[in-house]
Design a protein around this ligand. Structure first.
Ligand SMILES: [Zn+2]
Length: 123
């Protein structure tokens, strides 16, 4: 865990307002997959959304809805592939509501290594 050791009795996402806390108000470390960056504190869902928004922001003026949707999808796939490249394509596809082939081509595009053939369970 690399949460630089900080704990709080409650973490709140700056974007969606979702909170994470422990019953009883015990101090907890930043939840897994949350990020505490210069831009703020964000939950996983918002990190994904921010990746998508950043990509759409770079779309040329007047880009069609289709192009924006494609950029968004590619950004989310890229975010997930980069976040944890060891997850099998099928798992990432499910998380992104996308297809296994789309995940595979995203890996190729980003030069990310293939997931290990053997599924590794975490936790
Ligand atoms: Zn959030």
């Amino acid at each position: 865990m690399s949460t630089n050791g900080s704990t709080a009795s409650q973490w709140q996402c700056d974007r969606c307002g979702m909170t994470a806390s422990q019953q009883g108000g015990e101090k907890i470390a930043l939840p897994a997959n949350w990020v505490n960056s210069d831009g703020g504190l964000f939950c996983l869902a918002c990190r994904r959304e921010r990746a998508a928004e950043a990509a759409i922001d770079e779309a040329p003026e007047g880009s069609s809805h289709k192009i924006r949707a494609d950029l968004r999808r590619d950004a989310i796939l890229g975010f997930e592939v980069t976040r944890d490249p060891e997850r099998p394509n099928a798992v990432i596809a499910q998380a992104c509501k996308s297809s296994v082939s789309a995940v595979a081509s995203t890996r190729t595009r980003l030069g990310a290594p293939e997931a290990p053939a053997r599924t590794r369970r975490r936790g």
